[in-house]
Design a protein around this ligand. Structure first.
Ligand code: ADP
Length: 246
């Protein structure tokens, strides 16, 4: 991995009806890095992800990814440049099996009916095995996604995103609603993914953030309030005030 910046969000602002949801926000991520984003409700975490993925256009500032200016690109183009986004709720095809869900993702197909005609190539079979192993669902390959636990559905969707080989994976509150064991397994999964990809994860669950053991960025009122290890930002008086001081 080089020291080059993979993602460079620079001085970005966006307002909704005159309300500044993102205020001169800057965030830089090196290739190979994983970053946790925390902050109280309304801090701008989701809006920041929306700006990176092209769902929301900034009023000012720039977003650069692998040297491309993303500010004027549409969502599908940005996704194809190598940014995968995992929303909070799992969106797997419940009627299909784990393998079928992964296969559709490998083929870039969005219609569940197409699985009837989808045959995997030798390469895809190999990749399916790798993805099943990554998300630790080898023993559930033929289970219907709809019969799995919430946590397993989240891992399946992460596997589906990985099938598209993103350079950067954005993950929004992955462990909400998970058991403690699932939460820790999710931290292991993201750390495994981070061996080959860059990851930005938004999360409220501090046990999970601690288990990730990565640099933390604290957002507040649309700006970066603090950056550092979890222990450093937790001891920062400004962070304590934002979380506890009202
Ligand atoms: P977080 O994800 O940190 O909870 P959000 O990014 O969802 O924060 O929201 C930041 C602020 O922007 C909030 O005050 C929210 O109400 C406001 N906001 C977000 N999206 C919109 C929108 N589409 N229209 C109006 N206000 C919005």
């Amino acid at each position: 991995m080089t020291d080059a910046l993979l993602l460079d969000v620079r001085n970005v602002s966006v307002s909704f009806d005159g309300f500044r949801a993102i205020n001169a926000l800057s965030l830089a991520l090196k290739a190979g890095e994983m970053r946790a984003i925390v902050g109280p409700n309304g801090a701008g975490k989701t809006t920041m992800m929306d700006i990176i993925t092209g769902k929301t256009r900034p009023d000012s500032g720039t977003v650069t990814f692998k040297g491309h200016d993303l500010t004027r690109l549409d969502e599908p183009v940005i996704a194809r440049l190598g940014i995968g986004r995992k929303f909070q709720k799992p969106t797997v095809f419940e009627a299909l099996t784990v393998t079928e869900n992964l296969l559709l993702s490998l083929k870039g197909i969005r219609s569940p009916f197409s699985v009837l005609f989808a045959r995997e190539s030798v390469q895809e079979r190999q990749r399916l095995a790798e993805l099943l192993s990554l998300i630790r669902l080898e023993n559930m390959a033929d289970f219907r996604a709809g019969d799995m636990s919430h946590g397993q559905k989240q891992w399946l969707e992460i596997g589906m995103l990985m099938g598209q080989e993103p350079d950067l994976l954005l993950v929004d509150e992955p462990v909400a609603g998970m058991t403690d064991a699932e939460t820790m397994a999710t931290a292991d999964l993201l750390r495994e993914i981070n061996k080959t990809r860059s990851v930005v994860v938004v999360e409220h669950d501090m046990d999970f953030v601690r288990a990730l053991d990565v640099p933390v960025t604290v957002l507040h009122e649309g700006s970066v309030l603090a950056e550092g290890t979890l222990d450093e930002v937790s001891a920062d008086p400004r962070v304590i005030e934002v979380y506890l001081g009202r």
